[in-house]
Design a protein around this ligand. Sequence first.
Ligand code: B12
Length: 290
Amino acid sequence: MEVAEYLSPRDLGRAVGLSESSVRRWADDGRLRAERTAGGHRRIARAEAVRFIRETGLELLRPDLLGFPQTEGVGGGPLPAADALVGALRASDSAGARRMLVSAFLDGAPLAEICDGPVRIALREMGLLWRDGPEGIALEHRAVDVCLQALMEIRSAIPDRRSAPVAVGGAVEGDPYILPSIMTSVVLADVGFRALNLGPHVPSVAILAAAELYAPVLVWRSAGISGAGPSLRREARHLRTLAQGRRPDFVVGGPGFSTSELPRGGGVHRLHSMAELAGFARAVLSQFGP
Ligand code: B12
């Protein structure tokens, strides 16, 4: 489906079940950022509409008007229960599982909580299914893909902030896990960074090259496998010597890191969850003004 980047006040009104004139009023009193077309009509960026709906707690009755799937019949309140998500994933109901996650975000659930809660717990459970045989392995692989799609859908509703401070990162070399690093990038984008994800299995030389190239204020590393301590220590040392600008904060997370193998101090921050990351990232961003 073609997703419109802008909505008219009429469509935003229809999406939330209110009148076009309410939308105009919000735009006029500055609570909702609207632009004008060449013809003088107001238009609202899709990401701004999503921000407004999430922050005000308005009910999104017609998500399709914003390019999201209809959520009828999903229910379950703002944060879906991990059980419900596991149920949908086990039943191969990919659309239902995706909708649960995306509608939780649209309903205003903090993205970090969606990641640390239902997604993390559901994947832990899906990771036990291989014991039931090859079908379990297939379901586990599908579960990763469905969560990935949901995260990408959520990412599409977050504005691209081209001039925002940059964060760059990826999973350590040899680490095949795709979700943790994507999750990190979407959470950082939601907080207000320009977040550049390098994906799974990123060698040290590539992360350091990216640090030179993009002059990030934050670099992240995710590890789903153990043994990355030595390369991480080298990376931390190298990041401290970067010539340009300010030394980036180095954030590491994931079940593969044991605290004993991490360098002490030196700007390396071991975080355990997306909620911790969001808090840390907000504090970093606050140094750069609005
Ligand atoms: C999907 C999956 C796979 C897929 C990965 C597909 C892909 N491309 O991503 C595949 C099939 C490749 C795979 C392979 C293997 N897997 Co696997 N896998 C999983 C599974 C089910 C989900 C992983 C995942 O994405 N989780 C979701 C993420 C978001 O959760 P998370 O990593 O805990 O991240 C959270 C926090 O740690 C933190 N966090 C993570 N990263 C970061 C980064 C930063 C910066 C911050 C701040 C926070 C943060 O925030 C996240 C959200 O709360 C897990 C089960 C589980 N418990 O997670 C098993 C699991 C990790 N796998 C396991 C195993 C054994 C394997 C294999 C060895 C199986 C085999 N015999 O081949 C191989 C090894 C691969 C390798 N090369 O090392 C075991 C590991 C056991 C252990 N402790 O060592 C697990 C726990 C399953 C199990 N119960 O047995 N796996």
